[in-house]
Design a binder for this molecule. Structure first.
Ligand SMILES: [Zn+2]
Length: 251
């Protein structure tokens, strides 16, 4: 099994969006990654699909004219397109067999529309919550051509790939545990944890349901300890400096 971290650009936002009470008002640039897993049978699994490639030409595409227009400003170069990142690995979108969406926000499901040949795994409760909900721009993922398989709780999807419900960022958000033969266990947190500062400052006020998010994040860290797993946070610009990005990989 092999895992690639795909860098898909970032977002400019204020500090309090991800970690309130530390440097409120300060503008920062947060990374937006997706993850590509090659299973032992060579099947390809994406975890999240990043922001729509259309933001490269039009950063205001999703939030322009809304109260979020200045809060979340996508910042993507042409190489930050999911298509570009896959092409660097000689992979066509039609070769992606499965997609796990941690949740359906615009920076995690923005290129679902490209993957009509894939089966998408989302928690049922999350899918129902996000449907027709403007906080989860439906134009990127709620499309008749896409096939969703809805999950109910913790599930082993493939040998060495498990989803773990981590609600609080959104109802039935899920994180992903990947068991790599050489690099060891890795937990893709999604937005259950934005960044290390959430733990360091006990700062969960950027989450939709801070108390539930805090409980999920603490349970996830306990799980990581038990599994000797490293944790990859959702949008941690400092941790990003320590990660190995595609075209390099973890095995
Ligand atoms: Zn996010």
């Amino acid at each position: 099994m092999q895992l690639y971290i795909l860098p898909l650009g970032g977002c400019c936002c204020t500090y309090e969006v991800i970690a309130p009470g530390i440097a409120d008002g300060k503008r920062i640039h947060i990374p937006v990654p997706a993850f590509l897993i090659r299973l032992d049978d060579d099947s390809l699994v994406l975890v999240d699909t990043g922001m729509s490639r259309l933001h490269i030409a039009d950063p205001d595409l999703t939030w322009g004219g809304t109260p979020l227009a200045d809060v979340l400003v996508p910042d993507m170069r042409r190489e930050d397109s999911l298509l570009w990142r896959l092409a660097e690995l000689d992979i066509a979108p039609a070769e992606i067999k499965y997609v796990i969406n941690t949740h359906l926000h615009f920076d995690h499901a923005g290129n679902n529309d490209l993957l009509k040949d894939a089966t998408f795994f989302v928690q049922r409760e999350h899918y129902e919550y996000a449907k027709d909900n403007p906080s989860f721009p439906n134009q990127y993922w709620n499309l008749p051509a896409l096939s969703y398989e809805l999950l109910d709780g913790e599930t082993t999807l493939f040998p060495g790939v498990e989803v773990i419900p981590t609600p609080g960022h959104a109802p039935a958000h899920q994180s992903v545990l990947v068991r790599l033969p050489e690099s060891g266990n890795m937990i893709i947190c999604g937005d259950a944890v934005y960044c290390q500062e959430n733990y360091d400052h006990d700062a969960w006020g950027g989450q939709a349901d801070p108390e539930t998010a805090r409980a999920s994040a603490l349970a996830l860290r306990d799980r990581a300890d038990r599994e000797s797993a490293s944790m990859v946070y959702g949008h941690d610009r400092n941790q990003a400096k320590t990660l190995r990005f595609s075209t390099n990989s973890y095995r």
